[in-house]
Design a protein around this ligand. Sequence first.
Ligand code: SF4
Length: 254
Amino acid sequence: MKELLQLQNDILYGPLNSRRLGRSLGLNLLPTTFKLCSMNCCYCQYGWTTELTAKTADAGELPTANEVAAALKSVLQTGETFDYLTFSGNGEATLHPEFTQIVDIILEMRLAFKANFKLALLSNGTTAGDPALRHAFDKIDLPIIKLDAGNEKTFKRVNHGVPPIKLADILSGIKTLKNIVIQTMFVQGSIDNSTDKEVSTWIERLQEIRPRWVQIYSLDRGTADKNLQVVEQQRLQQIADMLESRTGIISEVY
Ligand code: SF4
């Protein structure tokens, strides 16, 4: 059985060679000693969520905007290059109370250092409907939002969003954003979101969202729920083909 990932113990980590982003420098705005997230996904590579909350996180536990700027500056000064700087790490980055300021600081530093990296965000979408964050989402080159289910029942079983968050809330938030990419994890075993029935409702939701494209993948690391199984590449490709033939939306299978 594959191991869970250790929590990231710093603000920046990598650059790592990512299946989806090339050479990616990870940016962790979350605590370094526990996972803080508004979801508790069965497949999370960091294990089950320690602090499940939809509220903006307590600033005392998190790096400040100034600390993030200092960490990035020290990397850029070395001349290190990478394709993406990616908000990811130990939970949901957009719960950071200074998220919008941090996006602005990074974009200013990119200009000042004449750096070529793009800014990416891996988000579960629970804050997508927050008007205070909308501009920040829109400034990010590659905002990637999770959508693993097309109905409330499966959303609950796969993602365990913090109550009272519903899939419908996330979807209405996502629809207010521009230029988003959707990322979907398919799993089998104790939970299966890869059946024809599940895939059909998922495709219906994607038809409503109309993302730029969809990233489709299955398990690669250890998971919180130990009874999950990987969905084979052939089935992932079938799902991608169904999506494209029914909606014209293209996808990448990893
Ligand atoms: S949203 Fe991401 S960090 Fe949060 S539980 Fe799910 S996979 Fe883990």
